[in-house]
Design a protein around this ligand. Structure first.
Ligand SMILES: NC(=O)C1=CN([C@@H]2O[C@H](COP(=O)(O)OP(=O)(O)OC[C@H]3O[C@@H](n4cnc5c(N)ncnc54)[C@H](O)[C@@H]3O)[C@@H](O)[C@H]2O)[C@@H](O)CC1
Ligand SMILES: Nc1ncnc2c1ncn2[C@@H]1O[C@H](COP(=O)(O)OP(=O)(O)O)[C@@H](O)[C@H]1O
Ligand SMILES: [K+]
Length: 491
């Protein structure tokens, strides 16, 4: 798992790493340039145009000059466009200028003619995480001009103009790809910045994560290779009971489809037994749609303790009797999952949050979270609010969207890397509820259930979008859940 640290801490990290290993800051920049070059070779070598490296005065600019050298040595036609004379630039920038082969065109910005073709590549190395004020003057003019230019655009570490941990003030470079070093900078995960970042790629520059953990506070980035360790192992003697008995509550008249999706997703995620509690009139639809599911009557609602996990909310409607809802929360003493109308009902009377069992998992999308916790001005504030909400109520708060975040009762935040925009389709959230409730019922710790559910839901979305793109519907995501176990090599 990658730790996400603040821009200020990156400087301390670099200094400590250099001190501990004896390598020079130039070596670290060289590692960054080589890591970028390897990425470029795998993704861009087929692009035959010229490369224009726009190089600012700091170490991001220095990275650009080192990259220009590697690209030129590999046979590319490279120009470096610089803004400041080297006396005003960082030490490693100057060292790299001295190492540039003579075949690289070195052009001051005032002499550059902006003759860039569609097939050319612009590398944005103007500012990295050292940006400390909004863009102005020639930097702003150049970036605005580049934003209007048709060509391939790649930002190094972060699109120039965006601060590492805050919301952008003013303008920034608009990239098709951002290749970021070591870990994604927090602000790359904000929806406000999606028009600037393009696709985000993380490349390793050789600082081991255990070293970074000395600096990290509370934020992690979840990647595919991290997921296996959150999974439980089952053996050939495991029986239906080991895979858990869960109860999903929701499905009012006309909205039983939500429960069809949740319950089917839970079965596809591995649940041994799935019961649902839905409006009496919808029984027939439910049993026809998913014959493997048991439709619970009032008796079973009385005996909640027999269930290993509950999932409350999909398609429930907001007309539910709040005292009935509270009685479920009060009588169940294990962590449960609350989504959709289960959350909207809590927003109606937030004092009922005290009945939610500790360690439960709440899965709001942005609007549901706003109803629960109030208005925010931007995603940065939303993430802070999610963190304090989880701390205050002792729950896991899964804030859904691109880079879904999981805030824990001890103040940590995990950011998901799987998924795509095609998951934004009716019922997709109901599928996630079924998946998380299923893992919880299989005996996973709440954090592990949330992580595995969120990651595999996203992965199922990616896999199903390969041949369906915007045609993905929630049922396709469910059908692809089993393939995610195979893809991740989980038994
Ligand atoms: N561990 C890492 O992450 C590493 C990072 N490196 C690179 O180093 C970068 C950070 O380098 P720096 O700290 O030098 O930061 P920058 O390269 O972002 O540049 C900061 C410089 O620009 C000036 N500046 C800031 N905002 C400005 C504005 N709006 N207008 C005009 N001037 C402005 C500052 O006064 C400072 O001189 C990273 O983004 C990355 O590209 C690599 O070189 C090596 C390892
Ligand atoms: N752009 C996106 N990138 C990644 N995941 C997304 C994106 N948009 C939506 N999702 C995911 O799709 C699901 C949508 O859930 P939700 O909003 O509750 O939908 P519904 O109410 O239709 O079931 C969430 O898991 C969310 O994280
Ligand atoms: K940059």
């Amino acid at each position: 798992m990658l730790s996400i640290i603040s821009g200020d801490d990156v400087k301390k990290l670099d200094a400590a790493f250099i001190k501990a290993t004896g390598i020079s800051s130039w070596d670290l920049m060289e590692n960054a340039a080589k890591a970028f070059f390897a990425w470029y070779q795998s993704k861009f070598m087929g692009v035959m145009g010229k490369v224009f490296v726009f190089s600012g005065p700091g170490n991001n600019g220095g990275d650009g000059i080192a990259i220009a050298r590697l690209l030129a040595e590999s046979g590319k036609t490279v120009s470096v466009i610089f803004f400041q004379e080297k006396e005003f630039c960082s030490k490693d920038y100057t060292l790299n200028i001295e190492k540039l082969p003579s075949k690289v065109n070195l052009i001051h910005i005032s002499d550059f003619n902006f003759e860039i073709d569609e097939n050319d590549v612009v590398l944005d190395c103007i500012f990295g995480i050292g940006i400390n004020r909004p863009l102005e003057g020639s930097y702003l003019e150049v970036i605005e001009r580049l934003n209007k230019t048709q060509c391939h655009k790649v930002s190094i570490d972060i699109p120039s103009g965006i601060p590492s941990d805050e919301i952008l003030q003013g303008k920034a470079f608009k990239a098709d790809h951002t290749v970021t070093f070591q870990f994604p900078k927090l602000s790359l995960l904000f929806p406000e910045h999606s028009e600037f970042t393009g696709n985000i790629h993380v490349v390793d520059i050789g600082i081991p994560d255990f070293f970074i953990q000395n600096f990290h506070k509370d934020k992690f980035f979840l990647r595919r290779e991290d997921i296996r360790k959150f999974h439980k192992k089952f053996n050939p003697f495991s029986h239906k009971g080991d895979f858990g008995r869960i109860m999903l509550i929701g499905g009012s008249v006309g909205k039983v489809g939500a429960m069809v999706l949740s319950s089917k997703a839970a079965l596809r995620t591995g649940s041994g037994l799935v019961h649902v509690q839905i409006a009496e009139s919808e029984r027939f639809i439910m049993q026809t749609a998913v014959p493997e599911v048991m439709v619970a009557g009032a008796e079973e609602i009385k005996r909640l303790d027999v269930f290993d996990a509950l999932g409350i909310g999909p398609g429930w409607g907001t007309e539910v009797d709040l005292s009935f809802y509270c009685s479920i929360l009060k009588r169940y003493h294990k962590p449960l999952v609350i989504d959709a109308d289960g959350l909207n009902l809590l927003s109606k009377k937030p004092e009922n949050l005290k009945y939610v069992p500790k360690g439960s998992i709440l899965t709001p999308h942005i609007r549901e979270f706003q109803r629960l916790a109030g208005e925010v001005k931007d995603h940065k504030e939303r993430l802070d609010k999610a963190r304090s909400f989880a701390l205050e109520h002792g729950v896991y708060l899964v804030l859904k969207g691109a880079f879904t975040s999981i805030s824990t009762p001890n103040g940590e935040q995990y950011f998901n890397s799987s998924g795509n925009q095609y998951l934004a389709t009716a019922g997709s959230g109901d599928v996630l509820t079924g998946m998380i409730a299923s893992f919880l019922g299989q005996g996973y710790l709440p954090l592990n259930a949330a992580i595995c559910g969120v990651f595999q839901h996203g992965l199922a979305g990616e896999m199903t979008a390969l041949d369906k793109r915007r045609g993905v519907i929630a049922s396709d995501i469910i059908d692809t859940i089993p393939a995610t176990f195979v893809d991740l090599d989980i038994e």
